[in-house]
Design a binder for this molecule. Structure first.
Ligand code: ATP
Ligand code: PRP
Length: 210
C-alpha cells in the first residue's frame, strides 16, 4: 500500500505550470480549482491529493507536516527562511527575477532610501549584505505604485517581461535573485514515507532534467 501523500500548491501561475509536470507522473486532479470551491482536490491516484492554498502558505503547511510535498516559488522560500524543509528539485517553472527598481526619471535621493516591498526579509538581507541603510515599507501588492506616488524611492519585486515596470514608468536597477518554483519536502515525511516519496522525486528530477 503506498503512503498517503498531500501536495500543497498555490492556485494560478504555479498550479497552471505544475499540473503538466504532475500529469507526466500520471497524477491528475479530479477537479479544476477554478471551477470548484473545494480546497482539497482528490487525484486519479487514490493515495495522492492536492491542497490548493495561498502561495505564501505552502512552506508552512509542508514544514509542519500538514502536507508532505509542496510546490513553492523561490521568492516565497527565501522570504520564509524555514530550516525544516528539503528543497531537492528546481522545477524550472514560474521563472522570473527578483529586482530592485526605481523611477525612470528619478530625482537624486536625499537621506535613507525608502523601499516598498512585500519581501521585507529578502530586502533587509540584500541591503544588509551591501552595508546600506534603507527604510523598508511593507506593502501587500501593487508595489510599482510606491515610487510613482512618492511613497518610496525604490521597490523590490518580481519582474518577468518587464511590462508592469514599464507601464508605470519604472526601470530595473539591480538584480537580486533568479526565481523559479521548487519542490519542497517535509523532512520527517522524507524518512517515514520514503518508499512513496522517493519515486516521485526521481521521476520529477528526470522530467525536469536535473
Ligand atoms: P498570493 O496568493 O499570496 O496573492 P501571488 O499573487 O504572489 O500570491 P502568483 O502571482 O500566482 O501569486 O505568484 C506565485 C509565484 O509565481 C510567485 O511566488 C513567484 O514565484 C512566481 N511569479 C510571480 N510573478 C511572476 C511573473 N510575473 N512571472 C513568473 N513567475 C512569477
Ligand atoms: C507579478 C509581480 C509584478 C509582475 C511582473 O505580479 O508582482 O507586478 O508580476 O511581471 P511582468 O514583468 O511580466 O510585468 P502578478 O502578475 O503576480 O500580480 P499580483 O502580484 O497582483 O498577483
Amino acid at each position: 500500500m503506498p503512503d498517503k501523500i498531500t501536495i500543497a500548491v498555490s492556485k494560478g501561475r504555479i498550479y497552471d505550470e505544475a499540473m503538466p509536470l504532475l500529469a507526466k507522473l500520471d497524477i491528475v486532479p479530479l477537479d479544476d480549482p477554478n471551477k470548484t470551491r473545494k480546497l482539497v482536490l482528490e487525484t486519479n491516484q487514490p493515495h495522492i491529493r492536492l491542497l490548493v492554498i495561498r502561495a505564501t502558505d505552502v512552506p508552512t503547511y509542508v514544514e509542519r507536516g500538514a502536507a508532505e510535498l509542496g510546490i513553492s516559488g523561490k521568492d516565497v522560500l527565501m522570504e520564509y527562511n524555514g530550516d525544516d524543509l528539503y528543497e531537492p528539485i528546481d522545477l524550472g517553472i514560474a521563472k522570473c527575477r527578483m529586482m530592485l527598481a526605481g523611477l525612470k526619471d528619478a530625482k537624486p535621493i536625499t537621506g535613507r532610501p525608502r523601499v516598498v516591498t512585500k519581501y521585507t526579509n529578502i530586502t533587509k538581507n540584500y541591503f544588509a549584505e551591501l552595508g546600506q541603510q534603507v527604510e523598508i515599507i511593507k506593502l501587500y501588492g501593487s508595489m510599482e505604485l510606491g515610487p510613482v506616488l512618492g511613497l518610496s524611492d525604490w521597490i523590490v519585486d518580481l519582474v518577468d517581461t518587464g511590462n508592469t515596470l514599464k507601464a508605470n514608468g519604472l526601470v530595473t536597477l539591480e538584480h537580486i535573485a533568479d526565481i523559479s518554483s521548487r519542490l519542497v519536502v517535509n523532512k520527517a515525511a522524507m524518512k517515514m514515507k520514503n518508499a512513496t516519496i522517493k519515486p516521485i522525486l526521481d521521476q520529477l528530477s528526470e522530467i525536469v532534467g536535473k
